[in-house]
Design a protein around this ligand. Structure first.
Ligand code: SF4
Length: 324
């Protein structure tokens, strides 16, 4: 976001892969992974760019969806998966001034549906109604992103619900945005839009590979310090293993968010802070206190706000480990 660096998606659009997009998926992954690993030739005109290759693989993944670690393998050409998403929709998009200081104003795009089912979800109208909203058409969204960039947006912030089921749409929007330069004589300064992936961090290893090389900032939730709490409140398995794996893989471009929950300082905040401190260097860590007991009457233990004592305790844990 220094306004001079080229965002990753634009580079991925200019890396020539020579891939034959009708090849078997295994072969496409092989080519993809080789390019991700190193030797990259950038050209002005490409026949099959690295971004094209990612889009083709994402489209195939959608037919037996495993974008997230639930791996429900829904054929989303025919039906929605567990997250409720079949075709991508978004409920709103605007310049957001309430995100982390480094990111604002942030062009936030709220995609509908979610891979989690958090008992305390604050965005339930977006997360639980995946069929609501406008169709996320890549060309139309690219034009909105360009317009918001001219209006002062420092980045595009893909969020929801959760953006993971929409990775294919996000990649296609990136290509449409990159191609605006030729189509509309778009001013390249306003196409230098960093991409922020603002997620629950529960994406699969394959999805992580598609995101690598096009995402500039991972704004990643780390909600629970153990699998028991993750299962009880968000109905997910293998939570800690999945989230820590994805955080480690993205740590060069990472901001971590942790929402402190009532009664969960010892079992969740403490272990999370300790893991981040022990495992990562110089990571941005946002300890958040805006938990609200929304619609959690079935979970009486979290049906209250975080107390002042818990707020102090969480802050002291993070300070004690030099994390904030
Ligand atoms: S993103 Fe949705 S459809 Fe895809 S694996 Fe996850 S829950 Fe299933």
């Amino acid at each position: 976001m220094d306004e001079e660096s080229v965002p990753q998606y634009r580079r991925a659009r200019t890396i020539e892969t020579n891939a034959d997009l009708s090849a078997p998926t295994e072969e496409l992954w092989h080519i993809h992974d080789n390019f991700a690993a190193g030797e990259q030739k950038e050209t002005a005109v490409t026949t099959t760019s690295l971004l094209d290759l990612k889009i083709e693989i994402a489209q195939r993944m959608c037919r037996e969806c495993h974008f997230c670690e639930r791996r429900c393998y829904a054929n989303r050409a025919e039906r929605p998966g567990f997250c409720g998403v079949q075709r991508s929709k978004y409920s709103s998009e605007f310049l957001h001034y309430g995100e982390e200081r480094e990111l604002v104003p942030s062009h936030t795009i709220f995609l509908t549906g979610c891979t989690f089912q958090c008992a305390f979800c604050q965005n339930w109208d977006i997360a639980r109604h995946p069929k609501a909203g406008a169709i996320a058409d890549a060309d139309a969204l690219a034009r909105r992103i360009y317009a918001r960039s001219i209006a002062g947006a420092r980045n595009v912030n893909w969020v929801g619900g959760d953006p993971t089921p929409h990775i294919g749409t996000i990649l296609k929007t990136m290509r449409a945005l990159a191609d605006l330069e030729q189509k509309t004589e778009g001013d390249a300064r306003f196409l230098n839009v960093p991409m922020v992936f603002n997620s629950n961090t529960y994406y699969s290893t394959e999805a992580a590979k598609l995101l690598d090389g096009v995402i500039d900032v991972y704004l990643s939730d780390f909600k629970y310090g153990n699998d028991r709490c993750a299962k009880r409140y968000s109905h997910v398995d293998k939570y800690v293993e999945t989230v820590t794996r994805n955080l480690l893989a993205s740590q060069q471009r990472l901001m971590i968010r942790h929402l402190v929950m009532p009664g969960h300082v010892q079992c969740c905040t403490g272990p999370i802070v300790a893991w981040v401190r022990e495992t990562m260097r110089d990571v941005k860590f946002n300890l958040m206190f805006q938990y609200s007991p929304y619609n959690v009457t079935d979970y009486p233990e979290i049906n209250r706000f975080v107390s002042d004592a818990e707020r102090r305790e969480a802050t002291n844990i993070a300070k004690g480990l030099n994390l904030i």
